[in-house]
Ligand binder design. Structure first.
Ligand code: SAH
Ligand code: SF4
Length: 388
């Protein structure tokens, strides 16, 4: 019977040393192997020419380097590129590459679906399917770097990295899949793998307080927190996890994180929803929360115009409203940016990642099954009361 091969794509630097040692090999062999995998993008052990033949044949017998299979590859008119990747059992996830003049950013997914179910997010509407493995998370970077190099005729290797920044803002809540996320982060940062700076790798979370503290201890990188509301009453509805970790606890966790973070601010994300969380009063309340609350937090604000999903009652704030909201924050001295929507024509924008093989059909079916999006569903959240 064939032995099951070990997929070594997602092994952290330490785990790869242990794996090589289990094959009777020294740690420097693990570092060589890691450079072949993550810097040269090679998956064929026989092509790893500076590894001893004996090691190559052990690897051919026992190991494999396997990333998720690409099901679709879309390129937007603005250059944004989105891959739909098969992760088995009918689940697919999405990864988005956003090219800019001075950087290339990859937005990676950490879960198929998400259990948090924020009111405005299409990933949340699918429900939770499963956590991605470290192989599947780092596999997105491995695949994307190789694909972008190929499209730009840049040969494989350590230099001329096409992806300079990674944001964990794709599908799923990274801090609900902590171990695999941290394994992938360690590879992103390692000099024998991707060698990205901690400041250029961002974990985005809806606010899983205990895991923010663990991230500070185990792998501090830039942190983005999806705030979306300046008070608990509204946040309880928009981001249901707020009922478990309310704003006071979240702000305190953000402050603690800053002692370990590679940047001296937290980025707060705020999805702009017309008439829901975008009034002048909300802006002033937000200023108070971050500057005059029990725990003021050094922060930047990133306003995200809502990308429409089928959810009655939710609309994108007007550009004028977003500008006025931003003005109030800036007048209070808070650095505020308005996220440019990219890749809308290929549904690659924030919150639109659904990753189903059957595109959005299955998501909508599931939403219908759960009654999500119906008037009744929204009333059950007392949404109207909260917005009035
Ligand atoms: N689960 C993590 C990371 C993935 S979501 C988190 O919530 O932070 C990435 C960002 O997109 C989050 O700030 C999220 O709130 C935002 N988002 C979700 N749905 C959106 C939508 N329909 N329009 C705009 N932003 C959305
Ligand atoms: Fe999950 Fe983030 Fe979407 Fe909320 S916004 S449902 S936490 S993926």
């Amino acid at each position: 019977m064939d032995e099951v091969r070990t997929n070594i794509l997602g092994l952290t630097p330490e785990q790869l040393v242990d794996y090589c040692s289990s094959l009777g090999e020294k740690p420097f062999r693990a570092r060589q192997l890691q450079r072949w995998i993550h810097q040269s993008g090679v998956s064929d052990f026989n092509a790893m020419t500076d590894l001893a033949k004996s090691l190559r044949s052990k690897l051919v017998d026992k190991a494999e380097i396997r990333a998720p299979v690409v099901l679709k590859d879309h390129i937007s008119a603005d250059g944004t590129r989105k891959w739909l990747l098969d992760v088995g059992q009918g689940n697919a996830i999405e990864t988005v590459f956003i090219p800019e003049d001075d950087r290339g950013t990859l937005c990676v997914s950490t879960q198929a679906g998400c259990a948090v179910n924020c009111l405005f997010c299409s990933t949340g509407k699918q429900g939770f399917n499963r956590n991605l493995t470290a192989h599947e998370i780092i596999g997105q970077l491995w695949l994307a770097e190789a694909a972008v190099r190929k499209s730009r005729n840049v040969p494989p290797g350590k230099n001329d990295r096409q992806i300079s920044n990674v944001v964990m803002m794709g599908m799923g809540e990274p801090l609900h899949n902590f171990e695999a996320t941290v394994s992938a982060l360690k590879l992103m940062l390692d000099d024998n793998a991707y060698g990205l700076s901690r400041r250029r790798v961002t974990v985005s979370t809806c606010g899983v307080v205990p895991m923010i503290d663990r991230l500070a201890q185990e792998c501090p990188v830039a942190l983005a927190v999806s705030l979306h509301a300046p008070n608990d009453r509204l946040r309880d509805v928009l981001v249901p996890l707020n009922r478990r970790y309310p704003l006071a606890e979240l702000m305190a966790a953000c402050n603690r994180y800053l002692d370990y973070a590679p940047r001296d601010f937290i980025t707060f994300e705020y999805c702009m929803l017309d008439g829901v969380n975008d009034t002048d009063a909300h802006a002033h309340e937000l200023v108070d929360l971050v500057q005059a609350g029990a725990t003021p937090v050094s922060c930047k604000l990133n306003l995200i115009p809502f990308n429409s999903i089928p959810m009655p009652g939710l609309r994108r704030s007007t550009d004028a409203r977003i500008a006025s909201f931003a003005e109030i924050l800036r007048n209070a001295g808070i650095v505020t940016t308005i996220r440019k929507t990219r890749g809308e024509d290929i549904e690659a924008a924030c919150g639109l990642l659904a990753g189903e093989i059957m595109d959005k059909t299955r998501v909508q079916e599931r939403m219908a099954e759960k009654g999500i999006g119906s008037e009744e569903y929204i009333r059950s959240y007392q949404f109207k009361n909260i917005c009035s």
